[in-house]
Design a binder for this molecule. Structure first.
Ligand code: XMP
Length: 517
């Protein structure tokens, strides 16, 4: 394992992902973890992430010097670089000259371990106030910028490396190469980690965990629950039952996709609960977003519990209870919730509104080590259809939070049509991968005047919200081609009754969220 020491901000996750892209398994640890504990994990290498602090700030995170003396290769980036410099006797000045954004980096030493084979001048992403002016003794300076005399250094003998910039972000053009040079050349690690390893490992672990008992899994139609279910199905077969709650807030064709394609691909036992009436009744007259979310969450739990009771009752003949619940928890969730190994804490966003705390299940979380793109790869290897594996994110409360105003059957049908058209055109234009997701929102309480044929119309607007993102934490609106927007607009206004206007949401996140509610 390669450990990524997290000094805050959001860099550590990105670094861990890039390491795995280099086919080396990585894990994130907090910078507050004692060095002895880090070393006890027997890491093949350690990467120190960037962070928001200045090394001179009071309370800035530090590291025990022992981390540099254990014979484990270490790579410091940005804050990690400055920390390495100051800890080992180099000089970091609070110069006041900040460097932020894309900066030309000049490689000053040929044949360096990190920069070998990359251009003498290369664009990198900088984000710092302090600057290193002298490398620690025994280190060679390998790069500089116009502002920073020591922008990278290395001590090949001790296997210690550092760069001032952020190689993990895509704006650092040769960043991945630099990182791989550290892993392969600096630390001598063979790239061998694959998602195939994960599948074999997880299948064995699940079999051991479950024994002859039974497990249940809530399917949402999303990638995570589908891949988790497929993996558990592969491990324990008929001991798993999946429950799909059809709350009537799904997009066109989604329920069928789960009922047919998913079952066909996995052979999983599926219990579909048609709860459309129940949800519509509960949502009648409600237009407050939070209230809608709560109602949908609450109803979901009730339906799920009922289904579970039925499964237990059916299984009681065989004398076995359902003892396990499968969850599609991903690595970013694990990191964000403190990285604990606990089995109890079910986070609310994994399902519609979250499952209650008092469910008496032990959790099976086969995707706990993985990032989203890795989950997709696992899904692919398990033979899930492309439409499921490459599915864009869709919120648990579904179209219920994409109708601004009260949710009714007519409005759901209308939005489903508009959404299907938008998705069809985006797919036809080959934009599915480029766009993170494109919520289609119905402003049900707004009407505007239009003209169609020879007559005046007074219809609702539909909002298109195409966004680009890496992790949904931040997002930007996608600059997608006008022709595609025009086609979607024409088709929606022509084909969807009661819609006479299509508008484009050009807000980033922040300040807007991706969804409208
Ligand atoms: P926001 O709107 O907060 O959305 O910018 C961020 C991402 O989360 C999705 N989302 C949800 N997913 N249950 C989910 O499973 C929810 O209640 C929920 N609300 C938002 C949203 O689609 C986006 O990808």
């Amino acid at each position: 394992v390669v450990l990524v020491v997290d000094f805050g901000a959001q860099y550590a996750q990105l670094i861990a992902r890039r390491v795995r892209e280099a086919r080396v398994y990585s894990e994130i640890v907090p910078s507050t973890m004692p060095v002895a504990e880090m070393l006890a994990k027997k890491p093949r290498a350690i990467i120190l992430s960037g962070g928001p602090s200045s090394v001179y700030a009071e309370g800035a995170p530090r590291l025990d010097r022992a981390i540099f003396e254990a014979g484990v290769p270490v790579f410091g980036m940005c804050y990690g670089f400055q920390l390495m410099a100051t800890t080992l006797g180099g000089t970091v000045d609070n110069t006041g000259s900040r460097e932020y954004g894309r900066t030309p980096l000049k490689v000053t030493k040929t044949g360096s371990t990190l920069f070998e084979g990359t251009p003498a001048e290369q664009p990198v992403w900088m984000s710092h106030g302090d600057a290193c002016s002298a490398a620690p003794e025994g280190f060679t300076v390998t790069a500089a910028t116009d502002v920073v005399p020591v922008a990278a250094f290395e001590n090949d003998e001790k296997k210690l490396y550092g760069v001032q910039h952020h190689p993990e972000v895509m704006h650092s053009t040769y960043g991945q190469q630099v990182l791989e040079h550290f892993l392969y050349r600096g630390a001598g690690i063979e790239p061998s980690w694959t998602t195939g390893n994960v599948i074999d490992e997880q299948i064995a672990a699940i079999r051991e965990q479950v024994g002859s008992k039974r497990a249940i899994c809530g399917l949402s139609g999303g990638v995570d629950s589908a891949v988790a279910a497929a993996l558990v199905q592969k491990a324990i077969g008929a001991q798993l039952t999946c429950v799909y709650v059809d709350h009537g807030l799904m997009r066109k064709g989604e329920t069928e996709q789960v009922e047919k394609d998913f079952v066909a691909a996995t052979g999983v036992q599926l219990k579909v609960v048609d709860a459309q009436e129940r949800f519509l009744t509960a949502l009648a007259g409600v237009s407050d977003p939070e209230e809608k979310r709560k109602i949908i969450g609450r109803e979901f739990i009730r339906v799920f519990e009922q289904a579970q009771a039925e499964i237990v009752a059916e299984g009681a003949a065989g004398g076995e209870d359902v003892a396990f619940l499968v969850q599609g928890t991903l690595y970013p969730d694990v990191v964000e919730s403190g990285g604990g190994t606990g089995t109890a804490n079910i986070k609310s966003h994994h399902n519609v509104g979250g499952l209650p705390d008092d469910l008496e299940f032990e959790l099976i979380e086969p995707l706990r080590q993985l990032f989203k793109d890795e989950v997709r790869m696992v899904g692919q290897e398990l033979g899930l259809p492309e439409e499921i594996v490459q599915r864009q994110p869709f919120p648990g409360p579904g179209l219920g939070i994409r109708i601004v105003g009260e949710v009714t059957r007519e409005r759901l049908d209308l939005l489903r049509e508009a959404d299907a058209i938008a998705r069809e055109e985006l797919t036809a234009a080959g934009l599915d991968r480029e766009i993170w997701q494109c919520p289609v929102v119905l402003l049900a309480d707004v009407r505007s005047v239009g003209v169609q044929g020879d007559g005046r119309t007074y219809g609702h607007p539909i909002v298109l919200r195409p966004v680009s993102s890496e992790d949904a934490m931040t997002a930007d609106w996608t600059r997608m081609p006008y022709e595609v927007l025009a086609r979607i607009s024409t088709r929606i206004t022509n084909e969807v009754a009661d819609v006479n206007r299509v508008v484009l949401d050009v807000t980033s996140k922040p300040p807007g969220t991706i969804e409208w509610e």
